[in-house]
Design a binder for this molecule. Structure first.
Ligand code: WTA
Length: 649
């Protein structure tokens, strides 16, 4: 990995930015947090667990005897929804705004904690009436509207783990998840507003349900009012069932290790993994990091995670972390350029957003659109900026700091994964002197490192594999229904150490630079996808004999999907029609985010003598580099043919 060009680029970074003095003085997390956690890590987490209200206190902080299956806050009982909603109302904060909802077309709703309590209670009563019980899994396929949060918290209230499926996924992606998770109850909406028009969701669920006979009910929120097909035996309107429910619901406390949710994420094989999070540790991790990394002052800040609730970032930093802390958040339904490219900055100005958290892809789009756009808005309410989802290049970091943060807001580049549940590596905004492009240090209580192939810590400046050496409260507990895969994916490279699947280096100051995936997982605009998943969608097409997918560097999206396809002999010889056909086939099998940037029809694929596709060589082609060592290929002329084809097309 030391030859990785990215490492060379990064090693020249010598700019650094200390926190402004006034920010540092008032910051939630001071340097002493590192000292406390280093002196007594378990005691530190015990202290953090006091952020949460326990119906029954836990007796053991961590049980790591059955590793890699961790148990946190053992013996404790709690309800996640109670922690996110009821207790704030009981503490007299019922009038505090939980969400400023902004629809894409400009419709708004203000939801206080009292409103949230009422809506979540009604939804929980409705689910109970419809037979949803503790332990049942509920799938949620929704736009970014308040009912999505109500639905999640209603599930949490009943101890029915939710599995939220990103609204951009296709019918077959829904069906796969519903079946893998044994879901019998689905919550969706007629549609949502995206890019200026109503998008359809219910019709996608209808299609998925053809393959999911075990689903009893589909509860449908009316958002756009578009026409929908209706199955009287199965479908129910949210407003008809939920609105008539009692506004009081008593939450039951569940074991700290009771499953809270399952979130599917791409792995290195075609089948997505059901990453399972439990209740106590997850809430401790999200509320602690929301306090420490985002410096949240719940009575003053307006916090905005501009991500989708369908991804883990939305779960942890739109829903559970901010609500556990009693914070006020913005919930925005739509895209950054609808109806105009100043939409986000208009929202920051309107709600006086003080903390903004988003992905580098968005920042790079804003850079492309130009600094004049944010300059037209009053962004002086901002005091802290965060980035997540993919490596942020130093230019984008600097642009974010200067043109959005007015050179006064600390920028926190936060590294974590769906599996981690909450941020693991990040600056503390009032403590850390940040460097553009570095996620800096493991948070207090987190023990991360970079290992070489043998499992030794790399020398400063050298690249290796990012690992976490001690368990942490919000870690995934298993993969739904597949303990073997859980052990193999994360715990088999090095004994008792969590293998993240990311490459990283630690510089001479001890700061971490995350370089991206080292496996066959792609990161396109912060969305994770596996090459295998896209390949299997391609080969499912009748015209395709074989396919190989690689991620190529892309200025806007971080990585872009490049597919190399061998057609069946019966198919016509390529041409635009086949390519367009295949692109739309991938869109409809997985979703628009999986659409390849380009598809190249090739006569053959580069394979080793044992038949393994050498994606590294295809990546060289896709990134316009000189093709690397071809000596292990079964047929070394293949690469010449592919490159020749590339030049001709
Ligand atoms: C990447 C999103 C560099 C990484 C919360 C990881 C990052 C994957 C960063 C997880 C960052 C996330 N710098 N890379 N700050 N944050 N990643 O599960 O490759 O959707 O493994 O979780 O995104 O993506 P996931």
């Amino acid at each position: 990995m030391t030859n990785n060009p990215t490492i060379q680029e990064l090693s020249h970074e010598d700019r650094s930015f200390p926190p402004p003095a006034d920010f540092a003085a008032a910051a939630n997390a001071q340097a002493v947090e590192y000292e406390k956690a280093a002196a007594d890590r378990i005691g530190y987490w015990e202290e953090q667990a006091q952020r949460i209200s326990w119906e029954t206190p836990f007796d053991t902080v961590l049980d790591w005897s059955d590793r890699p299956f961790a148990k946190w806050f053992v013996g404790g009982r709690l309800n996640a929804a109670y922690n996110c909603v009821d207790r704030h109302v009981e503490n007299g904060l019922g009038d505090r705004v939980a969400y400023y909802f902004e629809g894409e077309s400009g419709d708004t709703r203000t939801i206080t904690y009292s409103d949230l309590l009422r809506e979540v209670s009604k939804a929980a009563n409705a689910l109970t009436e419809l037979g949803v019980k503790t332990g049942d899994r509920v799938a949620i396929y929704m736009p970014m509207i308040p009912e999505t949060v109500f639905a999640m918290l209603a599930c949490a209230r009943l101890g029915a783990p939710h599995t939220v499926i990103f609204g951009g996924f296709s019918a077959s992606a829904i069906a796969d998840r519903v079946k893998d998770c044994g879901v019998e109850f689905v919550i969706t909406a007629d549609g949502g507003y995206r890019k200026g028009k109503p998008s359809a969701l219910k019709s996608v669920v209808d299609e998925a349900m053809e393959d999911c006979p075990e689903v009893r009910n589909v509860l449908v929120v009316r958002r756009t009012g578009q026409d929908v097909d209706w199955n009287d035996d199965r479908d129910l309107w949210w407003h008809e069932v939920v609105d008539r429910q009692p506004e009081i619901h008593t939450p039951e406390a569940f074991d700290s290790e009771h499953p809270l949710y399952i979130m599917y994420s791409s792995g290195t094989t075609g089948k997505p993994k059901g990453i399972m999070h439990t209740t106590g540790g997850y809430l401790v991790g999200t509320s602690f990091t929301h306090w420490a990394v985002f410096d949240i002052k719940p009575d003053k800040d307006v916090f905005w995670t501009a991500a989708d609730i369908g991804w883990v970032t939305g779960h942890s930093y739109i829903v559970y972390g901010p609500l556990a802390n009693g914070a006020t958040s913005v919930l925005y339904e739509g895209t950054p350029d609808t109806p105009h490219r100043g939409r986000w900055w208009e929202i920051v100005q309107k709600y006086k957003v003080s903390i903004l958290y988003c992905a580098p892809t968005a920042i790079r789009s804003f850079m492309k659109w130009g600094r004049d756009i944010p300059a037209q808005y009053d962004l002086s309410s901002l005091r802290l900026l965060g980035s997540v989802g993919e490596p942020i290049n130093p230019e984008a970091w600097m642009w974010y700091r200067e043109h959005i943060g007015g050179n006064r807001c600390p920028v926190v580049d936060t590294w974590w994964q769906t599996e981690n549940g909450s941020i693991l590596i990040s600056p503390l905004p009032g403590v850390t002197e940040t460097k553009p492009g570095s996620a800096m240090r493991p948070l207090p209580g987190i023990v991360a490192d970079v290992f070489d192939d043998e499992g030794n810590s790399v020398e400063p400046g050298n690249g290796g594999y990012l690992v976490v050496k001690e368990p942490w409260p919000s870690m995934l507990r298993t993969l739904w229904g597949d303990e073997e895969r859980f052990k193999k994916t994360y715990w088999s490279q090095y004994p008792e150490v969590y293998f993240a699947g990311d490459g990283a280096k630690i510089d001479r100051d001890g700061d971490f630079w995350v370089l991206g995936r080292v496996d066959d997982v792609l990161n396109v605009s912060g969305h994770r996808m596996s090459t295998a998943e896209i390949e299997s969608a391609l080969v499912a097409h009748p015209k395709v004999a074989e396919a190989a997918v690689v991620g190529a560097k892309d200025e806007m999206t971080g990585q872009a999907i490049e597919a190399f396809v061998i057609l069946r002999e019966s198919a016509d010889d390529g041409g635009d029609d086949v390519v367009n056909d295949l692109r739309s086939h991938v869109r409809s099998s997985i979703g628009p985010i999986a659409t390849p940037r380009s598809i190249m029809i090739v006569p053959d694929l580069p394979k080793t003598r044992s038949g393994k596709i050498m994606r590294r060589l295809l990546k060289d082609v896709a990134e316009n580099r000189e093709v690397g060592d071809v000596t292990t290929l079964a047929d070394s002329s293949v690469m010449d043919l592919i490159q020749k084809g590339m030049k001709e097309s």
